[in-house]
Write a protein that binds this ligand. Structure first.
Ligand SMILES: Cc1cc2nc3c(=O)[nH]c(=O)nc-3n(C[C@H](O)[C@H](O)[C@H](O)COP(=O)(O)O)c2cc1C
Length: 221
């Protein structure tokens, strides 16, 4: 598989089989992802990967937090609040496709909340990663985090592993801290669930379009 094929094949998966990925392969992929570039080679990422019992316990703790009605407390301001114009339109389109494929209408708040809650069940994935950066870093350093994330996702694709990047996994950091998963002075930027796609899952039939090239890139000569 070449890079173009990996980029074309990658998509967000939200329904996984429980089968774990070979731990050796996981280490190999994360080791290769260390090759991601960063500003002044600062490598500001720290990833905590939960599997097995730790993953089960964390899911339980996260669900308890949500059921208790505790408000989210992300370390960094989420990027999807108060979006305007075309960005809001795309956000709405994303939600319409996502809930639409599951037959959930705009007014059906309970069903939407239940689907949203699957974020903290890692969509059934056997592994979840929590991607952190130092709390005193800002948007420019977050570029490095994004590059790392995409590097990781493309490596996953190369090895037939599916993934779901999740801003939602930054919302409730306390249970992650409790399992010892966040180093001092760092905050979660986002998370990623990964494993093997459940090919039968309806949710995985959703497709997200991209805008035309000429609206995103201007070639000047
Ligand atoms: C940083 C980041 C955070 C995301 N957060 C979530 C999330 O919390 N829950 C979710 O279901 N999808 C999440 N997504 C997935 C996006 O909705 C998805 O990438 C987008 O709709 C494009 O679809 P595609 O990845 O299938 O091409 C996130 C993606 C990124 C890059």
């Amino acid at each position: 598989m070449n890079v173009s094929e990996a980029v074309a094949q990658r998509r967000t998966i939200r329904g996984f089989r429980p089968d774990p990925v070979d731990p050796k392969l996981i280490r190999q992929i994360f080791s290769r992802a260390q090759q991601a570039p960063s500003n002044c080679n600062t490598q500001p990422w720290h990833m905590t990967v939960v599997s097995g019992q730790a993953r089960q316990q964390l899911e339980q703790s996260l669900m308890q937090e949500i059921m208790s009605g505790k408000p989210p407390s992300p370390a960094f301001t989420p990027g999807d609040h108060n979006l305007q114009g075309i960005y809001r339109e795309r956000q709405v389109d994303c939600a319409v496709r996502y809930y639409g494929v599951m037959g959930i209408g705009r007014e059906d708040k309970q069903a939407r909340n239940e689907l949203m809650a699957k974020n903290w069940q890692f969509f059934g994935a056997p592994h979840a990663g929590f991607l952190c950066m130092p709390l005193d870093m800002g948007p420019v350093n977050a570029i490095d985090i994004g590059i790392y994330l995409q590097t990781l996702m493309l490596l996953f694709v190369e090895h037939g592993i599916d993934s779901c990047p999740q801003g939602a996994l930054a919302f409730f950091p306390d249970p992650v801290r409790e399992i010892g998963g966040i180093p001092e002075g760092m905050g979660i930027v986002c998370g990623i669930s990964f494993g093997y796609a459940d090919e039968e899952a309806l949710i995985n039939t959703v497709r997200m379009p991209r805008d035309e090239l000429n609206r995103a890139v201007e070639f000047v000569e």
